[in-house]
Ligand binder design. Sequence first.
Ligand SMILES: NC(=O)c1ccc[n+]([C@@H]2O[C@H](COP(=O)([O-])OP(=O)(O)OC[C@H]3O[C@@H](n4cnc5c(N)ncnc54)[C@H](O)[C@@H]3O)[C@@H](O)[C@H]2O)c1
Length: 341
Amino acid sequence: MKEQIRCAVLGLGRLGYWHAENLATRVKGATLVYVADPFEKQAEKVARELNIGKSTKNPNEVFEDPTIDAVIIATPTSTHAEMIQLAAKHKKHIFVEKPLTHDLQEAVQVIQTIKENNIFCQVGFMRRFDSAYMEAHNRIQAGDIGTPLYFKGVSRDPGSPPAEFIKNSGGIFLDMSIHDYDISRYLLGSEVTSISAHGNILFHSFMEPYHDVDQAIAYLTFDSGAAADIEASRNAFYGYDIRGEVIGSEGSIQIGSLRHHDIQILTKSGSTHDIVPAFPERFKNAYLNEIEHYIDCLRNNEKPSVDEMDGKIALEIALSAKKSFETGRKVLLSNPTLSLD
Ligand SMILES: NC(=O)c1ccc[n+]([C@@H]2O[C@H](COP(=O)([O-])OP(=O)(O)OC[C@H]3O[C@@H](n4cnc5c(N)ncnc54)[C@H](O)[C@@H]3O)[C@@H](O)[C@H]2O)c1
């Protein structure tokens, strides 16, 4: 077992900062050596705050440092393919935020480079490391609800990210629903065979020039015979609403809740509870768990449980959803698991 994994975080925005903080303060067996962001002041600030030795505005300095074992890529999705290629060619193990890339051909190319350079890659599908989704998976595996027949996914954001983010996000199917596409195949233990998707702008008219929508739904079929519907919304002005349900032949598992704290307030005017405000609060532990898993795997020279192929499959489902939405037609997927074409 390797005692310490020397790592670097690339991109210090919303996600990159939490990954850096977790690595610097909580993750056993990780030494955060470097942080990188083109906004030099941001890189310096994070390095100061977290007591990291080195900061740079140029990720190439990280790739060229032979003492770095692993990188965490939390840069905008449009840069992922280039970052993965560079990291792999410099023999750095990779944790990359979702989606793996924006483009299927790019995904195939990065997978080839990862294989050629014999490194490990984990994709940031943190729901697999959330205690509720993990318990649901364990219960399904244990047969508690019989054969899984149907997945219902609800992912609602309390508003939209800014136009600048939407412009480069790849759209709601890639940016948001991809989490549910991944978790549905994980929970149902089956691969998607078809998808029909719809969407509309209900509130955020600024999205129109970017051909994005703020309310979307997809209906999916799976090779086991199971099916799913997956809703994504940027219009949950009441809070961050992430829920799921798996219905089986002998019962159902409901996943997630709107409650931030597990309390109910009863007064003369009625009964209330608080609501999860945003994704950091909902998935704080999952972000830590996924990075701990990554570091543990690297220390033990083991492949992470959610890898580049999972990233490619979820991307293929998301791109098919986008195509279905754009054409108004159902899109068939053929054996997405094994194909590298
Ligand atoms: N897993 C999740 O729940 C989740 C949630 C939000 C975002 N994400 C993903 O995380 C990634 C980043 O999203 P974000 O919301 O943190 O974005 P962000 O815009 O907040 O941060 C991105 C950061 O990367 C920096 N950057 C840009 N180009 C760079 C480069 N070439 N090298 C190094 N740094 C660079 C930017 O200056 C910025 O600080 C995206 O792929 C997004 O899809 C995942």
